[in-house]
Design a protein around this ligand. Structure first.
Ligand SMILES: Nc1ncnc2c1ncn2[C@@H]1O[C@H](COP(=O)(O)OP(=O)(O)O)[C@@H](O)[C@H]1O
Ligand SMILES: Nc1ccn([C@H]2C[C@H](O)[C@@H](COP(=O)(O)OP(=O)(O)O)O2)c(=O)n1
Length: 223
């Protein structure tokens, strides 16, 4: 059900390295809307847990850390407890722990309102795993972005190398497969397309072609 009194949302969900964040950024910029990278909140929680030395099995403590995250966004920088963690957040071990702790209902609950608070006029483009299914079920447009796992591993590899972060292609591929498996099969808010989602397979698309598809769907919604 679409709630007309709230700012509109475009939800972009999909597996790791399918291109969600890239698309969300360009679409948000094109429309002049706000952006939510929900994966970053899970990564920030994972990094905070690592830094505090909390055991990955301690669900309640982890949820508490997430509830009290001291995060600030300054331009392109992300500050956690006043420390610039923009690069640290992209490390695969942080992503892997994020995927692991993201199975905890208490953590997901702790991040629920924080995510919904990003919904501001004139609109929000939100990307993640459960944007269209759980956080913004009334999103006006829901996109489920997929790409072959080998292609996603290549993309992630290139992305990390360009940022000067060392990476190993076969390790990345294994990590992506493990992450897909965990994200799709957890009992709470698993990675599945919403019933009304538009599926875009970006395996053979350029970024421009992917963006054009999302904007065409958006134009259709408003026609
Ligand atoms: N067709 C495409 N659509 C979106 N991103 C693409 C595409 N082709 C290559 N990429 C690249 O894939 C990489 C991973 O994209 P990213 O947005 O970080 O994925 P995600 O947010 O899903 O993990 C980026 O370097 C991006 O430039
Ligand atoms: N809405 C979301 C976003 C991310 N997560 C979890 C599952 C993901 O494996 C991790 C990391 O997410 P992130 O989007 O940063 O990962 P990728 O950039 O796609 O590799 O967080 C989630 O459970 N729900």
């Amino acid at each position: 059900m679409i709630n007309a009194s709230l700012p509109p949302v475009i939800a972009i969900d999909g597996p790791s390295a399918s291109g969600k964040g890239t698309l969300a950024g360009i679409v948000a910029q094109t429309l002049g809307w706000h952006q939510l990278d929900s994966g970053m909140l899970y990564r920030l929680s994972a990094l905070a847990v690592m830094r505090k030395g909390i055991l990955p099995t301690h669900e309640a403590e982890i949820a508490e850390v997430a509830r009290n995250l001291d995060v600030r966004f300054v331009g392109q920088q992300v500050l956690l407890d006043n420390d610039d963690v923009s690069d640290a957040l992209r490390q695969e071990e942080v992503g892997a722990l994020a995927s692991q702790i993201a199975t905890y209902p208490l953590l997901r609950q702790a991040l629920f309102e924080r995510q919904r608070a990003f919904r501001k006029a004139p609109g929000l483009v939100a990307d993640g795993r459960d944007m269209g299914t759980v956080i913004f079920p009334d999103a006006k447009l829901k996109v489920f972005l997929i790409a072959d796992v080998d292609e996603r591993a290549q993309r992630r590899y290139k992305q990390l190398i360009e940022k000067g972060i060392s990476a190993n292609l076969s390790a990345l591929l294994e990590d992506l497969k493990a992450r897909d498996e965990r994200d799709m099969h957890r009992s709470h808010a698993p990675l599945v397309p919403a019933q009304d989602a538009k599926i875009i397979d970006s395996s053979t698309l350029s970024i421009e072609e992917s963006v054009a598809k999302v904007l065409a769907y958006w134009a259709e919604v408003n026609a």
